[in-house]
Design a protein around this ligand. Structure first.
Ligand SMILES: Nc1nc2c(ncn2[C@@H]2O[C@H](COP(=O)(O)OP(=O)(O)OP(=O)(O)O)[C@@H](O)[C@H]2O)c(=O)[nH]1
Length: 324
């Protein structure tokens, strides 16, 4: 993956540098053959300096974008827009040196690249803004973990069950409303068996990233154990929690796998021994117990109901026999 990314970046660099060099030589060559150069006294050197500076700066921005941005639609738009802008600046620069009045096509063409480039660049920057919002959200969710706890899970970079409990206790002790979700990947041991543990690790990291970016800024996702994640939805009402559970259950299919998602909310009924004076910690433990019980029930139900078709597209048929 990493090698592919590096190769794509090198190819992109080579093509942008190659094309730039080509244009840098071919346009003056064309002008040299088609028209005459201005006399030195006729050249406006201030214009040459400002237009030259715009061109050089544009090329610098282009090289920065090409070398630091990951491949994708936003990068392509930024590169296309900046390239077009640079071309416009370069054509402007050349008309300070050559007499282009005699070339109507050139006169017409030189006006196009700058506005078109700036338009495409604006589109790219707009999409970059959207992209950055998602990245910021992920960073914010993770920063929250860093602020209050040290990271404990090197694979997903999420906090563990203990940290989750801490956050939950804090939320409950402040009498803030919460919703809790638990997501457990179905038949993950089979995924490991068929795809390899490395692929299994990769899936867990991708799921952690996806969950972090799907949730709102104020929510919290932790890796509870193995292939199980817990989510704290702050200020959530039952309808929102259930919709979120459905969305996650549906959304995980994009990873070619399925998951069981259960949810709960604090309610007086679930307090230990119906004791209304129980502490936030006891309430948190009780809530997590409820979630775990619900999860076990769902999993048992699934096994007893049927031999489900393979949840992973890539599973082999022998997997079905494992259920028996
Ligand atoms: N690749 C990988 N696998 C892990 C990790 N932690 C736990 N596992 C595996 O996750 C699997 C969890 O197995 P189970 O609890 O039976 O869950 P499951 O196979 O998804 O079965 P159901 O939940 O009943 O659908 C085990 O095979 C563990 O070895 C990890 O960090 N990386």
């Amino acid at each position: 993956m990493c090698i592919l990314g590096t190769t794509a970046k090198s190819l992109r660099l080579a093509s942008v540098y190659g094309l730039s060099l080509f244009i840098l030589f071919i346009v003056p060559l064309y002008l040299w053959q088609s028209t005459a150069a201005k006399m030195i006294a006729e050249v406006d050197w201030l214009d040459v300096a400002t237009e030259g500076a715009l061109f050089v700066l544009g090329m610098c921005w282009l090289m920065v974008i090409v070398s630091v941005r990951p491949s994708g639609r936003v990068t392509n738009l930024l590169i296309a827009g900046l390239s077009s802008y640079c071309l416009g600046c370069y054509l402007d620069l050349l008309d300070e040196i050559f007499i282009v009045k005699t070339l109507p096509i050139y006169n017409w063409f030189e006006k196009m690249p700058t506005p078109v480039g700036l338009l495409v660049l604006t589109g790219g920057l707009w999409l970059w803004r959207d992209e950055q919002t998602v990245v910021n959200r992920q960073l914010q969710t993770r920063e929250q973990f860093h602020r209050e706890h040290q990271l404990t899970d090197s694979l997903t970079l999420l906090n563990d069950a203990k940290a989750f409990e801490h956050h939950l206790v804090k939320q409950l002790s402040q009498n803030q409303s919460v919703g809790l979700l638990m997501l457990d990947v179905d038949y993950f041991h089979r995924y490991n068996k068929n795809q390899g543990v490395e692929e299994g690790d990769k899936l867990l990291s991708q799921l952690a990233l996806w969950l972090s970016s799907t949730l709102r800024n104020q929510d919290l996702v932790c890796r509870y154990a193995g292939d199980r994640f817990v989510i704290l939805l702050r200020g959530a009402i039952p309808s929102f929690v259930s919709v979120m559970a459905e969305q996650l259950q549906h959304g995980i299919k994009a990873f070619d796998c399925s998951a069981t998602v259960v949810w709960t909310l604090p309610s007086p009924k679930m307090l230990p021994l119906q004791n209304s004076t129980c502490t936030a910690k006891e309430e948190a433990i009780a809530l997590l117990q409820v979630l775990n019980q619900k999860m076990s029930q769902q999993k048992e139900l699934r096994v007893s109901e049927a031999i489900a078709p393979s949840p992973f597209n890539t599973l082999d048929k022998s997997a079905a026999s494992e259920l028996n």
